[in-house]
Write a protein that binds this ligand. Structure first.
Ligand SMILES: [Fe+2]
Length: 159
């Protein structure tokens, strides 16, 4: 018989070891955790903090048609978001190694997720005719947003 030190055991209970997409999907499926928070704000994209601890923040967002974020990154944060219902378009931009601007659009429907990390510049928009709901997980710095301008030739430029 031998002993296994506690700190070598990987358990599913350690939130830091769980992929943020998995966390977002679990919150998306567990509507009882956030249905009482859900609102649609005609003036701006709605957001509400659903859960937070020392590891991460989980946010609910509700998007009416046309509502969007401007181009931004999340400074040092990493994380993911999942579309719960409706559809969203994520536009990701970066500067290619040859200096050109790269812009990619990702159409997301319910159940689809995207991940992000430091230096990841994106904007999210509800381009559809119906409301959309999403769950967002932020780690290592929370939900801070840093604005960018898209230079058509050189890519994203911090404002
Ligand atoms: Fe973002």
């Amino acid at each position: 018989m031998f002993a296994v030190p506690d700190n070598t055991l990987v358990t599913a209970e350690n939130p830091a070891l769980r992929h943020p997409v998995r966390v977002a999907l679990e919150f998306a499926a567990d509507r009882d955790r956030w249905r009482h928070l859900l609102r649609y704000d005609p003036d701006q994209r709605f957001s509400a903090l659903v859960d937070s601890d020392e590891q991460q923040e989980v946010w609910l967002m509700a998007w009416l048609p046309g509502q969007h974020t401007d181009l931004h990154d999340h400074v040092f944060s990493t994380g993911a978001f999942t579309v719960v219902s409706g559809s969203l378009t994520e536009t990701v931009t970066r500067r290619a190694p040859d200096g050109r601007a790269v812009v990619e659009a990702h159409a997301l429907t319910a159940g689809q997720s995207r991940v992000f990390g430091p230096g990841y510049v994106h904007a999210v928009r509800n381009d559809s005719l119906d409301p959309a709901i999403s769950i967002h997980v932020y780690r290592d710095g929370g939900r801070e947003m840093r604005p960018y301008h898209l230079d058509a030739l050189g890519g994203p430029v911090r404002l």
